[in-house]
Ligand binder design. Structure first.
Ligand code: PLP
Length: 457
């Protein structure tokens, strides 16, 4: 990416404004809603999704979102990855409707929980028992607590570039100026006590053998190493050997190894990244896709681990609560989604992964042929866009986040009818067909040409 002089920066800002204004003219109702929202909402959806052009969505079907002004977009948000089958798949819609007619929240046992648990258990041999909660955040929070209770140790190892949710113990990231092989943990945002950083967290380098030395050195304090087998920002399927060694080192050090498959579970394959890599961690957290698009999280593991949740009546019991845990509406939606994914897994996953690979290949070929400093990287249908040509090996290699070029790119994509939330992440689904993929590739090409015409790249 070229360095911009002060004059270029002013020019770039006005080009971005021009592009934003042109698109905003197409979404008058959304613009009105945004104004209204700013009065009563402290923030919308999540902090990380910071649209220059906020579109308010009215309805969804297949791979398309329709906004309140009637504009249609091919969606690559897919509910932040929750929708593997696409938006409003009929199996999930029917299950939700049926359950809504019977009641959606009792707080008392319901048999849909077993059905969803069975579908999750069928994904991996180690998923002997499942506990449901309401988000991926809750799932990692409970998993961290469970690991501490089982091992009697306090610290949690988390990796450079990881995301494990919004609770205090997960909001530890790596100081990018710290040593690659011995990263330093810093807190992600205000309001988290400094002892979380000092007494709870150990930062580890992702996909780096130095992580093994760190685990060995800290084995007396480490309860758990939590790892995304495929990271959201840096998706790759090259991690198998490193992950296998990680599991082994944790095992040797009496440290539990948790795979966070909140995104990758039931998306890369029915059995998630574990199936792709043929690996088995001590236990796993899921979320997103297992709820068919309704709020959900789950911890899954062998009986010996999961029995920690059985009771709080003894001092060794681990507290587990939640008004909406296992509610029948989420369970029904999850059964609708995983039922279809399980039945048609041999058709859905190969096709979805091949289509995603094709999308990425077509975009990268175009970007290289035209010397655009842009690339798409993917692991199956988890896709990431980066405004740089250099190969990305770690989170620290990521540059140009939030550049004018990047921001204008997402606005132009909207102009060409493709919606990617401005967090670089894009998800393809079973509902995106080959024509949709062609349209996405064309939109990416046109958007890149547009920002080159604006002299932003
Ligand atoms: N773990 C991973 C890998 C995630 O990507 C996320 C959310 O994106 C979470 C955990 C937290 O899940 P939730 O947003 O449902 O709390």
């Amino acid at each position: 990416m070229k360095d911009l002089s002060d004059k270029d920066l002013v020019n770039a800002a006005s080009m971005l404004d021009y592009s934003v204004d042109a698109f905003r003219a197409r979404i008058p109702t959304s613009m009105h809603l945004e104004e209204k929202a700013s009065e009563t909402l402290a923030l919308e959806v999540v902090q990380t999704v910071d649209f220059d052009c906020p579109v308010y969505i009215e309805r969804a079907d297949g791979c398309r979102l329709i906004d309140v002004d009637g504009n249609s977009y091919i969606d690559l948000t897919m509910g932040f990855g929750a929708h593997v089958l696409g938006l409003r798949p009929r199996s999930v819609e029917a299950a939700i409707k049926e359950q809504a007619g019977k009641g959606w929240h009792f707080g008392i046992h319901n048999q849909l929980q077993f059905q969803l648990a069975d579908l999750i258990a069928a994904a991996r041999p180690n998923n002997e028992q499942i506990a449901f909660c309401n988000s991926g955040t809750e799932a990692t929070m409970y998993a961290f607590r469970l690991a501490r209770a089982i091992t009697g140790k306090a610290k949690i190892g988390v990796f450079d570039g990881a995301y494990h949710g919004a609770h205090d113990y997960a909001l530890v990231k790596v100081d990018p100026t710290s040593c690659v092989t011995k990263p330093r943990a810093v807190l992600d945002g205000a309001g988290i006590p400094s002892w979380v950083r000092d007494e709870s967290a150990i930062a580890l380098p992702y996909c780096h053998p130095a992580a093994f030395d760190q685990i060995r050195e800290n084995k007396d304090d480490l309860a758990l190493v939590c790892v995304q087998p495929v990271q959201n920002n840096n998706p790759s399927l090259d991690n198998k050997e490193w992950l296998a060694e990680l599991i082994q080192v944790c095992h040797d050090c009496n440290v539990l190894c948790l795979f966070d498959e909140v995104v990758s579970g039931f998306r890369l394959a029915y059995g998630g990244a574990q199936e792709v890599f043929e690996l088995t961690p001590d236990f796993t957290v899921y979320g997103k896709s297992i709820g068919g698009g309704l709020p959900v999280g789950a911890i899954a593991g062998p009986r010996a681990i999961m029995e920690g949740f059985k009771s709080v009546s003894t001092d060794s019991g681990v507290f587990f609560g939640g008004t909406f845990n296992g509610n029948p509406l989420t369970m029904a939606a999850g059964v609708g989604a995983l039922g279809t994914l399980s039945k048609d897994r041999d058709i859905i996953y190969p096709a979805l992964n091949a289509r995603s690979d094709r999308l990425v290949k077509d975009i990268n070929t175009f970007a290289q042929d035209n010397e655009f400093p842009f690339q798409a990287v993917n692991a199956g249908s988890l896709i990431c866009f980066h405004f740089q040509s250099e190969r990305i090996r770690s989170f620290r290699d990521l540059n140009n986040r939030g550049s004018f070029a990047e921001r204008a790119f997402y606005v132009e994509l909207l102009n060409y009818g493709v919606l990617v939330p401005a967090i670089h992440l894009a998800f393809l689904s079973h509902a995106h067909n080959d024509t949709d993929v062609d349209m996405i590739v064309d939109a990416v090409k046109a958007s890149l040409f547009a920002i080159r015409d604006m002299k932003l790249i």
